[in-house]
Structures are given as structure tokens and as C-alpha cells.
Design a protein around this ligand. Structure first.
Ligand SMILES: *[C@@H]1O[C@H](CO)[C@@H](O)[C@H](O)[C@H]1NC(C)=O
Ligand SMILES: *[C@@H]1O[C@H](CO)[C@@H](O)[C@H](O)[C@H]1NC(C)=O
Ligand SMILES: *[C@@H]1O[C@H](CO)[C@@H](O)[C@H](O)[C@H]1NC(C)=O
Ligand SMILES: *[C@@H]1O[C@H](CO)[C@@H](O)[C@H](O)[C@H]1NC(C)=O
Ligand SMILES: *[C@@H]1O[C@H](CO)[C@@H](O)[C@H](O)[C@H]1NC(C)=O
Ligand SMILES: *[C@@H]1O[C@H](CO)[C@@H](O)[C@H](O)[C@H]1NC(C)=O
Ligand SMILES: *[C@@H]1O[C@H](CO)[C@@H](O)[C@H](O)[C@H]1NC(C)=O
Ligand SMILES: *[C@@H]1O[C@H](CO)[C@@H](O)[C@H](O)[C@H]1NC(C)=O
Length: 595
């Protein structure tokens, strides 16, 4: 009898009517949902599945469903056979934090293109089928916090693409199989009933990955620096960094160091090479009031768990903390700022975030969510793949692979950024202040217009130190405390950005390369230098050679822009134009919108 049921279930795993079209996919989902006493937003026959249905993402040409994410929706009961498994183009499936029961749905092996499977925090039970190894595309498998039992199948060795395996907090028993998975970067088998020793293939992982079992620890200690470099390499880099620092190039060092770490792939819960807690401590969100707040009415396609378990790369370290680029489960990308030096309490922090969250504009990087707890304050913004204006203007200068930024592109950036700032100044009943306008906070949107990021942090953070490489050149002369920024000082900083666009020179130290016009210019910032040059009527000489050599007939427009920039950097704040006027003046140079 048992054998009969066993073979029957094997057959059931294979026999399948595949979906071939979007309509079939939609039908499969409705069949799935009909088994539960639940309704999901817009999940009905008459609404278009790709755009509207909660948790559903389609392929680029909208012919199939490629991701289904329904975390914490409240499903109860077992997953009906031949429903979800008909979505044969599915790549990402997340059903975590529900109350699904029953065995691992063996028909999932038909999801040949599945790369990410998240079933953690449910009430699944029983053994894992050996046939799971048929999911050849699988990169991430998280079955933690369920009631799975039996032994861990040897056949998991067949999941050759697997990068992350989490089976923690189940009831797996027996010995750990020797899983030969070269791509595996993260594993957690803690809190099961495993016995024996850690097989050779898995000894490269931290011992905490095996804790809570009856395992004999026979691991050699690993001597690795946090980023997986050998100690010698690490020391060499450190030494080089010190030497650079001494020679006054500390700005460069910060940038370079940031870049090295990007390739170091900082990852929460990563392999042995990075200690836990590098990204953020996982338990924070359970502590009182530590809750992630979303904006924009998006159906929560990510939560704090996603954020913390996603791969994070360090984009940079600034005065306000570390900025990470985080790629989520659903492959979308966001920027997460982990704020240090927050000087206000929870309430003021939340108030400020709520104001920022209300500011929605094409030319302002959205604040998508924020998080506040005692130990961590996070702000989540949109990510712009083309990098910042700073990188575009100053990156790879003089190198063969420099991509020049022509005048039209710069005009577009100035137009967008001005509109964005105007929108920001309308916030909080017309009193909102950005406080940290600079080229590294300006990004390019999909139409290549400028777009302002890093919104609204200045007033809740410790005052920025004056005249460091991070800030100098952008601050209006009257600002001695960055927390006391004003709309006037924002306009000043924006004016400096315009001058930077025109000259291609960095605001902190324009002097190198312009020594012939400014004999005393070593300590002059960009605005002062331009003022001094313009007085001497050498206007033409300030412009970026890169623009002048490219296109003819734009010098008139550039001179107009120079006038606007100079008006913005007026020494007396009352003489600076309002940002709305600046928008108008820039638009008057040439209407680029229609082009
Ligand atoms: C379905 O859910 C509703 C409320 O969520 C409940 O009132 C109703 O009794 C449920 N029906 C069944 C059959 O469980
Ligand atoms: C289906 O969705 C549409 C649009 O969201 C809505 O107008 C309609 O009432 C829904 N129908 C049912 C049966 O829920
Ligand atoms: C889940 O379903 C079982 C029985 O089907 C029921 O006893 C239990 O209360 C349900 N749990 C929730 C949270 O709805
Ligand atoms: C699975 O992925 C492959 C390669 O990306 C693709 O060619 C194929 O069409 C996909 N299968 C389905 C059913 O979408
Ligand atoms: C797994 O759990 C089920 C009950 O959920 C039990 O019947 C079975 O004997 C267990 N198997 C093992 C190997 O512990
Ligand atoms: C296992 O459960 C414990 C206690 O609920 C929890 O703290 C821990 O984070 C869980 N482990 C994983 C890897 O989810
Ligand atoms: C594995 O999960 C346990 C909690 O269940 C945690 O304490 C441990 O740090 C985790 N280890 C790794 C390497 O992620
Ligand atoms: C741990 O495993 C060993 C054999 O590997 C066994 O002798 C011992 O009793 C086990 N201890 C516990 C607490 O289960």
C-alpha cells in the first residue's frame, strides 16, 4: 500500500499540464487562490494580471509570469497540487511567513527556471524529496523555520547553481551530507537534530551555521580579514591608504576604499569571509518599535527581512553613514543609507521622514521606506543605475575610456535638478530644505534629466564638519552649521553645481590646471575662482574644454547659464534668486523638453 502511494505521488510530481500563455498562468493562479478562504488585491479574472495583481511580476514582454511573491498574506493549509507548478516560466517564488502545511510540494520540480525559492516561516513538515535536485536553476533555497524532518538529501549536491541554502530551525536528522557545491556562499543548518561531523566541503563556513545540533566541531580556525583578503594584502592596502592619506589625498582615498569594498561584496549572512552583522543585525526588527515604514502605497513587495537578507554592496561612505546598493529578492534595486550620527529622537526622525515621503516628483529620488530602532536608522531610496553627476563629470578624466558629457546632456541635468529642488522647497508648506546639494547627490533619471537624491537628512544629523573634502566648495558663506541650512543656502549650493557643470572642475579645488589665471588660487573654491575670473572678463576660459571641443554654437547658452550660476552664488543671501525663478531662467535658455 505504502509503495503504491509512493509511486503514485512520484507520478503526480511529473504529470503536468504546462501553462504556455499568460492566460494559462492567470488561470493557474486563480485555481491556486480558489483553494483558500482569502482574497487578494485585484486578483480577478477581469483585471490585467501583469500590472495590477498583488505580488505578481511578468516577463519584459509580458507574455509570462516570472515572479510570485506573497509573503505573510495569511495562507493556511497545503499548497494545492498543479496550481503554482503550472507557472513554468517562474523564476522567483516567495510564500514565506504564511501558515502553509503539508509536505514539500513535489510538483515544484516542474519549475525548471526557478532561481529563488522562499518557503521559510511556514508549517511545512515531512521529508525533503530527493528529486528536489531537479531544480537545476536554483540559486537561493530557504526552507528555514518549518517542521521538515528526515535526513538532508545527498542529492542536493546536484543543485550546482546554489548560492544560499537555509534549512535552519527544522527537525532534520542524521548526518550532514558532503555537499559539493562550489557556488555555495551561505549556508545555515542551525537548530536541527543533525549529528556527526561537518563534512570537508562545508568546513569553510562559520561554525554558527551548524549550531544547535549534536555536531562534533572539528574545524580549523580561519585567519581571514573581514573582506576575505589575505592578511598581507590587507596590510598592504592599509599601508598604501595611510601613505595616500598623509599626502593629503584623503578625498581620493575615501572613494578608492569605497570601491574596493564594492568588489568585496558585503553580504549579510554571507560565507565565512564576512562576519555576521556587517550589513545589519538581524534581530533588530524584533525589538520594540523597530518597524519598517513604507511610502507610496506600493504593495509591500519587500520588507525588512528582504532588505537584510539581500545582497548589499557598499556604494560609499559619507559623513552621514554608509550607503549600500541592495538588490532585492525580486531583483529590484534600492539604495539603503544606514544613518549614523542621527541627533534627533524617534519622533522628530519620523516626522522628518513623513515629510520627505510626501515629496514625490520625477526629479526627486523617492524615499521608499525608513526604519528606526535604537541601533539602526535606515532610509531606503530609489536607485539610479547611471551613477551620480559627480562621477559623470569627474570620473575617468583624461583617460581613454572617459565618456564625455556634452552640453545637451548637461542642460538636461541642470533642468531636471532645478525642477527637483523647486519641488523640494515646496515641501512642508514651502519651508523644506535639502541642506546638502552637491553633484554626488544628483542622479540621472531614465530620460537623462537630473534628479535630486539624499533628501532631507541634514537637519536630523550632526552638523557636517566644515571644509572637509566632502563638503567644501558647496556651502554658502553664511552657513557655519549645516543643520542651519536655508533655502537660500540650497540655491547657493545649486549654483555651485551649475558652475561645476560649466567648468568640469571640482568645487573643492578648482585650482590645479587653472594656475595661469589664478596665481593665488590654491585655496580658492570654485565660486570664488569664477567670480575673480569673470571680473577680469576671461569668461570663455572657464568653460570645460570637453564641451567646447565637441559642439559648435553653444557658447551663448553657456554664458547664459554662467550668469544664472553666478546669481545663485551671490554672497548676500537676499540677492540670490528663488529656485522657482532659477527653473524659469534655465528653461528660457533653451527648451529641451520637446526634443
Ligand atoms: C472565511 O473567512 C472569513 C473572514 O476572514 C470568515 O468569516 C469565514 O467564516 C471564513 N469561511 C470559512 C469557510 O472558513
Ligand atoms: C475585478 O477587478 C476589477 C478592477 O480591479 C473590479 O472593478 C471588479 O469589481 C473586480 N471583480 C470582482 C468579481 O471582484
Ligand atoms: C488554519 O486552519 C486550521 C484548520 O483548517 C484552523 O484550525 C486554524 O485555526 C487556522 N488558522 C488560522 C490562523 O486561520
Ligand atoms: C527558461 O529559461 C530559458 C533560459 O533563460 C528560456 O529560454 C526558457 O524559455 C525559459 N522557460 C520558460 C518556460 O519560460
Ligand atoms: C517526520 O514527522 C512525521 C510527523 O510530522 C512523522 O510521522 C515521521 O515519523 C517523522 N520522520 C522522521 C524521520 O522523523
Ligand atoms: C531560528 O529560530 C530562532 C528562534 O526563533 C531565531 O532567533 C533564529 O533567527 C532562527 N534562525 C534562522 C536562520 O532563521
Ligand atoms: C545561523 O542561524 C543561527 C540562528 O538560527 C544564527 O545564530 C547563526 O549566526 C547563523 N549562522 C550563519 C553563518 O548564518
Ligand atoms: C550526540 O551524538 C553522539 C554520537 O554522535 C551520541 O553519543 C550522544 O549521545 C549525542 N548527544 C545528544 C545530547 O544527543
Amino acid at each position: 500500500m505504502q509503495i503504491f502511494f509512493f509511486s503514485l505521488s512520484l507520478i503526480l510530481c511529473f504529470v503536468l499540464i504546462f501553462s504556455e500563455t499568460l492566460e494559462d498562468d492567470k488561470k493557474a493562479l486563480l485555481d491556486f487562490l480558489s483553494n483558500f478562504n482569502l482574497s487578494l488585491h485585484r486578483w480577478n479574472q477581469s483585471s490585467p494580471v501583469c500590472h495590477l495583481w498583488t505580488g505578481v511580476t511578468c516577463s519584459e514582454n509580458r507574455d509570462r509570469i516570472v515572479s510570485l511573491r506573497l509573503p505573510g498574506v495569511g495562507f493556511n493549509g497545503s499548497i494545492p497540487l498543479f496550481t503554482i507548478s503550472r507557472l513554468s516560466a517562474l523564476k522567483i517564488l516567495s510564500l514565506r511567513k504564511n501558515q502553509f502545511t503539508g509536505e514539500f510540494p513535489c510538483d515544484f520540480i516542474n519549475l525548471k527556471n526557478l532561481t529563488h525559492l522562499y518557503l521559510q516561516h511556514n508549517r511545512f513538515s515531512g521529508p525533503l524529496p530527493a528529486i528536489l535536485s531537479e531544480l537545476k536553476s536554483l540559486k537561493v533555497l530557504d526552507l528555514s523555520n518549518n517542521g521538515f524532518n528526515g535526513s538532508i538529501p545527498n542529492s542536493l549536491s546536484g543543485l550546482t547553481s546554489l548560492r544560499v541554502l537555509n534549512l535552519a530551525n527544522n527537525s532534520f536528522s542524521g548526518e550532514i551530507p558532503d555537499l559539493d557545491l562550489p557556488s555555495l556562499r551561505q549556508i545555515n543548518l542551525s537548530n536541527n537534530r543533525l549529528i556527526g561531523t561537518i563534512p570537508k566541503s562545508l568546513q569553510r563556513f562559520q561554525s554558527s551555521a551548524f549550531s544547535g545540533n549534536n555536531i562534533t566541531q572539528e574545524k580549523e580556525k580561519q585567519h581571514k580579514t573581514p573582506f576575505g583578503l589575505s592578511q598581507l594584502a590587507f596590510l598592504l592596502i592599509l599601508a598604501a591608504a595611510c601613505i595616500l592619506g598623509v599626502s593629503g589625498l584623503s578625498c581620493m582615498m575615501i572613494t578608492c576604499f569605497g570601491k574596493t569594498r564594492i568588489s568585496g561584496k558585503l553580504r549579510k549572512r554571507d560565507s565565512s569571509s564576512s562576519p555576521p552583522g556587517n550589513w545589519t543585525s538581524r534581530d533588530d526588527h524584533t525589538e520594540e518599535g523597530g518597524k519598517i515604514i513604507f511610502f507610496g502605497g506600493r504593495n509591500h513587495s519587500f520588507d525588512l527581512d528582504d532588505l537584510l537578507s539581500s545582497s548589499a554592496e557598499v556604494l560609499g561612505k559619507g559623513a552621514f553613514g554608509t550607503t549600500y546598493k541592495v538588490t532585492m529578492e525580486d531583483m529590484s534595486t534600492v539604495v539603503v543609507k544606514r544613518l549614523k550620527e542621527v541627533v534627533v529622537g524617534r519622533r522628530e526622525f519620523e516626522q522628518q521622514m513623513e515629510i520627505i515621503g510626501m515629496i514625490r516628483h520625477d526629479n526627486v529620488a523617492d524615499l521608499k521606506a525608513y526604519y528606526y530602532s535604537k541601533d539602526d536608522k535606515l532610509a531606503v531610496y530609489s536607485y539610479y543605475s547611471q551613477g551620480s553627476l559627480f562621477e559623470m563629470l569627474h570620473g575617468n578624466r583624461g583617460m581613454y575610456d572617459r565618456v564625455p558629457l556634452d552640453w545637451d546632456a548637461r542642460l538636461r541635468i541642470a533642468t531636471g535638478a532645478a525642477r527637483g529642488l523647486a519641488k523640494i522647497h515646496e515641501g512642508n508648506n514651502g519651508r523644506f530644505i535639502h541642506g546638502n546639494i552637491k553633484s554626488s547627490n544628483i542622479f540621472l533619471d531614465s530620460q537623462s534629466y537630473g534628479c535630486i537624491g539624499d533628501l532631507g537628512l541634514t537637519t536630523i544629523m550632526r552638523s557636517l564638519p566644515q571644509n572637509t573634502c566632502l563638503t567644501s566648495g558647496y556651502h554658502a558663506p553664511e552657513i557655519t552649521d549645516t543643520r542651519r541650512s536655508s533655502q537660500f543656502s540650497d540655491v547657493y549650493s545649486f549654483g555651485v553645481v551649475l558652475l561645476e557643470l560649466l567648468t568640469g572642475k571640482s568645487p573643492a579645488s578648482p585650482a590645479p590646471g587653472v594656475s595661469e589665471t589664478t596665481p593665488q588660487g590654491e585655496n580658492m573654491d570654485l565660486a570664488s575662482w569664477i567670480r575673480s575670473v569673470v571680473v577680469k572678463e576671461w569668461t570663455g576660459e572657464v568653460f570645460d574644454m570637453e564641451i567646447l571641443s565637441q559642439s559648435g554654437g553653444v557658447e551663448e547658452e553657456m554664458v547664459e547659464m554662467l550668469q544664472i550660476g553666478l546669481a545663485c552664488v551671490a554672497l548676500k543671501q537676499q540677492e540670490r534668486p528663488h529656485i522657482a525663478q532659477v527653473v524659469k531662467m534655465i528653461e528660457d535658455i533653451r527648451s529641451i523638453d520637446a526634443e
